[in-house]
Design a protein around this ligand. Sequence first.
Ligand SMILES: [Zn+2]
Ligand SMILES: [Zn+2]
Length: 797
Amino acid sequence: MAKRFLFGFYDHGCHQDPGWALRNYIAFLSLRLKIEKIQFLCYREKRSELDLEKSLVGEASFPPPHGWDDSDYVPEAIGWEGEKPGDGRKEKKLKEINLESMSPERRDEEQQLMHLKLMGWRHFPVDLEKLSGIRCLLLGAGTLGCEVSRLLMTWGVRKLTVVDGGHVSMPDVLKQSLYVDDDCGVPRATAIVPHLKERCPAVDVEAIQMEIPAPGNPVSPSVLDDCERLQTLVASSDVVFLLTDTWESRWFPTLLCANENKMAITAALGHDSYLVMRHGAGPGTRRGNMDDVIAQIQNLSTEDALGRQRLGCCFCNDTTSLFNSVSDETVALPGLTSIVSGKAVELFARMLHHPEGIHAPGDMAGMDTEHQLGLLPHQMRGSLPRCDLSTVISNSSNNCTACSNIVLSEYRREGLNFVMQAINQPTYLKDLTGISNLIKSDTCLKLPASFPVNSGKLSSARCLLLGAGTLGCDVARILMDYGVRNLTIVDSGCVVVSNLARQSLYTTKDRKTPKATAILEHLKERCSSVEVEGIQMEIPMPGHPVSSKEAAGVLKACERLQELVAAHDAVFLLTDTRESRWLPTLLCANENKIAITAALGYDSYLAMRHGAGPGINSEGSDMVAAMNKLSAEDVLGRQRLGCYFCNDVIAPVDSVSNRTLDQQCTVTRPGLASIASGHAADLFTRLLNHPDGIHAPGDIAGTSSERPSGLLPHQMRGSLSQYSLLTLMGYSSSSCIACSNAVLREYRSRGLDFVMQVINEPTYLEDLTGLTELMKSADYSRVEWVDEVDDEDFADM
Ligand SMILES: [Zn+2]
Ligand SMILES: [Zn+2]
């Protein structure tokens, strides 16, 4: 028997819908009193008096859910049925909510995608649905395959198919970011799956152990099956990543992508240079009805379906022989992989968000673009020793061995017979396309291996990494790959779910573990000979005043940092706030230690080395003399290069408090951290191999260098949306808040008292260095960089 019941409550809400608390009251009353319909009154006040206009009267019903007879029954969650906010209905129907969307897995996934949503709120809308639905085929699960698959997950891609024919071997473990010691001997296709899953449980990943059939390679019995398999795989994917380490294994997939008009991204490493490109669309006419094949073949055109000249594939400008490159093993500089992978996924994401997708024309660096993600180039080529990055466009070639009409028409007519012939007869493709006589063009992929990696200097260098987040993980890993064996890592945070997609070393089992602890195991399982120590500690920061209770702890942290900087040869500043870099920068300048900064903006990054400390070091016995002789020059009598803060005119302030979530969180494009880390680690090894070390002057791109390791710039600033990479050089500033003589003198005479005062008094540093005066003076907006070459010169180099 249904009773009627009127329930009134004080409603704090002011909208035309009842306050949220009503749902809980209704559910409670219905269950307790076993009534389905309840009249309600939302009593609302305005200035302590009844507000008749805002108060609400209505009826709500709660149909008996399962388990309703049980006196202990409590629904998991409830909500209004068919409710849209603001529709102001007076008839409310309460409904038990399926908590599927609140399951831990679902919540984790939401957190992992948070950075993409933040990107969307602040910059441009990321099409999460498109990204999560797109089917990516990765050919190769080695050095590039590991990085690219991980970064694709960071971009929100959830459907991956990975093809690889090899096994994980010992030297791979350092280079191939996902594998650990235990994977040695296991097929890469088997090993990679759990490593991807433990970073992103929501990913749907299939791995296939298979060699990619390649022209000129000895024929294995399964080659025909493999060809058929690859045909099916390409046909069922939306985008194909060519990440194998030989050119010839890219031939068949390239042909298939051109034939099927699939997006294809090539990433290739030379010794110290790289190529990242997207292949052009397939020819204008697509394969339709099989009866029509002959007609289709006639209609193959050099234009794509939009009538544009097709962009080239990775074979279009490679007229060299495809054959026998297996023997020349590619040993790329360690930092190169992360740089290339970051750029490859960025190119993919941009193509996906471009309104014309695969048909988008190639942009050149320096162009204007209205596209929110920035330029969409066709090819990017870069070289580490030359510190350059160039964008290149090339149209499809009529002689191309993979995408030309002559090859595609042969393939469409003969199918796999044609492919088998190309595989078995080394000269067949050449004869067909007539490229035998063409002169080998200059590709960026063959350069001498002259850079000393794994030198004694690197293995004995003691490196202190401040920050074990996105940059910290990548830099630590890349440094080990360069041969560094002595690492100390400082971080105060714990691993949370949203880190997993971006911070390359952590897995789901590290949740809630301090990063300083979790990272140790992950580095060890990649390189058992590394000496690594983790320290959980907050780096004291200016502008974060401490209470008298906290003061002792902060002082202790300052002392600890002093000891740590003194005990290491190089310090990497990899934290995500500006102010946390201040004290380490000061300590490095004071101790004349190598300091490398990597910092990320939303779509730009900075990798720089700080200049040497002032001429006289505090190690001298006479402190007073040392303080008086502080100089703008270093011990070699060269003008000191600047530090991270030298181009700032504002002292670091608290950049964390008083910010909304999306401002607090460092939102950067996925892939950016990899690129910045690669450059930072590479800069360090270059510095270490330079005869002048920390005193080396800053090189500018475009100049020549006789050193085998190439140019050693002071700063590199890159932009993803503009595809630029600038080398900059700036001298130390006499009003720098971290390395100027005024600051160092104060620090040398007062030590940590001085530091504590800086921490507690936000404007003290500015007053000390005269920055306050500087700010007051007329139109002083920023310090100019000594940049000897025009920006444009870098853009299309
Ligand atoms: Zn081609
Ligand atoms: Zn400075």
